[in-house]
Design a protein around this ligand. Structure first.
Ligand code: BGC
Length: 777
């Protein structure tokens, strides 16, 4: 009886949802029919077309007609039809809005700074990502934001990518799973996301003028795959098209990208907005399926009305854009009349921010159990490195957050009742104050921060410090952000000062038979191979958001057991990445634009093809410093075989057991790699096809982990057939806790080729490009 009642309730709910969605669709159709051509134009352009805008200035929405200062953009209201303003705010590390509002001077609107995306990906924990998404959405909703300009999931093609910290990984599966978990979390609270930057936006140099030339297979398997997963698994409300060109056409003007692939192949139902000021040909953007122009500029006024009048765009095409936008707007809190409280539960977000930060930090080295620290009265630490005192929470640009506070390593460790050497601390505090005062003011608030040069210490000074303390910790930092890629010299590599200091600290402590630890407070990959032998332990804390200092302290003292894994490879040398031969591309001679932050006309050929990140290192046997998926724990795990089943249609069902065989509780990430046979297509030696993070396992505890893979989850893309295929031959599934540490294998054979999914021939490079193959190297 009870069951029947529940069933009825369930169907009633389904009916309600169906009617609601029908109603929303109808209402946008009815609305559309009431709009004049001029009013339609105002739907497809952001509100800044009404605000005088000057180049180089901070273009954040002010109080003028808006209600969320500092939000990146908003729509235009239509008073006649009672359509409210919809608010858009960045970004991947937190809701980027202004913490102050002139109308309520005694209130603040700080948002939580969550860890950067590289750290989030290192958690390999999709459930946690969903929670992070919910926390973002809660803050957005209570602060009056409707659509978040996140997640960002471009691929870490090259370690110097200036915004890699905003993106998840070099691997499309991990990127897509993280982005869809985040999206599902955000949208469960009735807030939209904008999945960005679609697509092939993997560098900042000349970002608005670069033509990325990519072969069809790499496009599908590497650069589009993460977006495909996100669209199919989480139905994002919006997508943000990228600045760059893909094979000769601006992403925001590409019908192939925005309509054929995104909508017709993947079934995307939301709307597409441009990245800020992107593209050149507005009618073509709208025709291609880029519905909304952001943030809108005064130049846009009448442009669309005139385009329709001149026949450059049909009204039917414009109607399709308007309807896509209205379908989504109807679901926003602003349209539904939600009254934001202005007081989100920041304590709850803070908890999630810290939890995530601890789960995404990666222990790279831990000789002789250097970590965790034992807390006793004789333990006295010396904290070296500017970043121990001024720990970087997140990167700069639109990936930044206006946070109420951020914690340093020093603050985190002081709360643990550890003795921190005062003379070293005072030395740094004074040095930092003096060096900062001598720095010229930042030319542009959006630009990257300047890293302070390291304080110098003599060997004699260090010897004295090493004698009176029991361990030295040296924190190395890096920052980057929009508009600039990182440098190979002092950025990817340590500076001369950093190298010398690291070596000297190591020598001083080792001379007295004591240990030294290196903490990496960075947003992207740096060189580690030349100096890792000098450290007894290395902890990659990333940029851990506002709770970074507290999280790292929890790990250092062993209150939390690290369980983060690398979402990208740490190479030995920068040039070991195949993409380094042409990153960030070359400038072209016929350059009609002045240079500036948007850059000049240029092109970059993705010569490495599908061999990005571990796919390259592993296949071509290039040694690395730390491999993909790697990360130590304070305990040990064993992964053993469970059941394995295959079906004719390519479905795989696999289970295994994970056992904590050490003496501390902890979590493990089980990684499933597949190597596929080569008939028509060559393949990377192995590719990540699934991953699962275990729950917290007590010493001796076991957990069964199960995965189901459909044929589409491990198929390869054949440009010749324009299809995803599984070839005949032997497949190996390797199960491990990093790409290089495999516990067991399963093998199966396919007798015939399976065409898994047909696609449309699209985005073909305009000229023949030669890409890396196993034979060509
Ligand atoms: C960035 C986007 C961001 C937008 C709004 C652009 O410069 O590329 O990621 O969402 O600005 O701030």
């Amino acid at each position: 009886m009870k069951f029947l009642h529940k069933k009825k309730q369930f169907f009633a709910l389904l009916l309600l949802l169906f009617v609601k969605s029908l109603y929303a669709q109808q209402t946008s159709e009815i609305l559309l029919s009431k709009l004049s051509l001029e009013e339609k134009e105002r739907i497809v352009i952001g509100s800044e077309m009404e605000i005088p805008w000057s180049e180089g200035g901070d273009t954040g929405v002010g109080e003028v007609g808006g209600n969320v200062p500092g939000a990146a953009g908003k729509s235009l209201a239509n008073e006649r039809l009672n359509l409210p303003v919809v608010i858009f705010a960045d970004g991947p590390a937190g809701v980027r809005i202004n913490p102050h509002r002139a109308s309520v001077p005694d209130k603040t609107f700080y948002a939580t700074a969550f860890p950067v995306a590289s750290l989030l990906a290192s958690t390999f924990n999709t459930e946690l990502m969903r929670q992070v998404g919910k926390a973002f959405a809660h803050e957005a909703k209570e602060y009056g934001v409707d659509i978040l300009l996140a997640p960002a999931l471009n691929i870490h093609r090259n370690p110097l990518g200036g915004r890699n910290f905003e993106y998840y990984s070099e691997d499309p599966l991990l990127s897509g799973k993280m982005a869809s978990a985040f999206t599902n979390g955000v949208q469960s609270l009735g807030i939209g996301v904008s999945v960005k930057h679609y697509a092939v936006n993997n560098q900042e140099t000349n970002r608005s003028r670069i033509n990325a030339i990519v072969d069809e297979r790499a496009l599908r398997e590497i650069y589009l795959k993460g977006f495909e997963i996100t669209v199919k698994e989480s139905k994002p409300w919006t997508v943000m098209s990228a600045y760059n060109k893909v094979n000769g056409v601006y992403a925001s003007e590409s019908y192939d990208l925005l309509t054929t692939i995104l909508r017709e192949e993947w079934g995307f139902k939301g709307f597409v907005m441009t990245d800020w000021f992107a593209g050149e040909n507005v009618p073509q953007q709208l025709k291609a399926g880029n519905d909304l122009l952001m943030p809108g500029t005064p130049n846009h006024k009448n442009m669309i009305v005139n385009a329709v009048k001149k026949g450059l765009l049909t009204e039917k095409e414009l109607d399709r854009n308007v309807k896509s936008i209205l379908d989504i707007y109807q679901k926003t809190p602003s349209f539904l009349g939600y009254k934001p409280s202005g007081t989100p539960d920041l304590k709850a977000s803070q908890k999630i921010a810290k939890e995530t930060a601890t789960e995404g930090m990666v222990l790279l080295k831990n000789d002789e159990n250097t970590l965790p620290l034992t807390i006793n009265k004789s333990q006295k630490l010396a904290l070296f490195g500017v970043a121990s005192y001024e720990t970087i929470a997140v990167g700069t640009g639109s990936g930044n957050v206006n946070m109420a506070y951020s914690t340093s390593l020093l603050e985190g460790l002081e709360k643990k009742n550890l003795f921190i050497d005062n003379s070293v601390k005072e030395g740094y505090v004074e040095y930092i104050e003096k060096t900062k005062a001598a720095l010229p003011p930042k030319a542009w608030s959006f630009g990257p921060d300047k890293i302070l040069p390291e304080k110098k210490w003599t060997s004699e000074e260090l010897d004295v410090i090493a004698q009176k303390t029991s361990m030295g910790i040296f924190t190395v930092n890096r920052t980057s952000g929009e508009f600039y890629d990182r440098q190979q010299g002092y950025d990817f590599y340590l500076s001369k000062e950093e190298q010398t200091l690291l070596k000297k600290i190591s020598e001083a402590y080792h001379k007295h038979h004591k240990k030294m630890v290196v903490v990496l407070n960075i947003g992207g990959v740096i060189e580690t191979n030349s100096w890792k032998k000098d450290a007894d332990a290395i902890l990659l804390m990333w940029q851990g958001g506002q709770e970074g200092g507290n999280a790292v302290a929890d790990i250092l003292v062993g209150e939390r057991n690290p369980s983060g894994k690398l979402p990208m490879t740490f190479p030995i040398q920068y040039m070991d990445h195949y993409s380094s031969i042409n990153f960030p591309g070359k400038e072209l001679v016929d350059n009609p634009y002045p240079s500036g932050t948007v850059g000049v006309k240029s092109e970059v050929i993705y010569e490495e093809g599908i061999y990005v990140g571990y796919r390259y290192f592993n296949t071509f046997n290039v040694p690395v410093s730390y491999p993909f998926g790697f990360g130590l724990s304070y305990t040990d795990f064993e992964i053993s075989k469970g059941d394995f089943k295959t079906t004719k249609d390519g479905k795989l069902e696999l289970s295994c057991w994970v056992k904590n065989i050490g003496n501390k509780a902890g979590k493990e990430v089980v990684q499933f790699y597949i190597s596929s046979p080569e008939v028509e297509l060559e393949k990377p030696t192995k590719e990540l096809r699934a991953f699962v993070k275990t729950k917290q396992l007590k010493p001796g505890e076991k957990q069964e982990v199960k995965v189901i893979l459909n044929a589409t989850d491990y198929a390869s893309f054949s440009p010749k057939r324009s299809a995803w295929i599984l070839e005949s031959g032997i497949y190996n599934i390797e199960v491990g806790n990093s790409i290089d540490h495999i516990f067991f294998k399963e093998t199966f054979k396919r007798n015939e080729l399976l065409e898994v999914l047909k696609t449309t021939k699209s985005l073909v490079p305009k000229r023949e490009i030669s890409v890396l193959t196993k034979k060509s190297k």
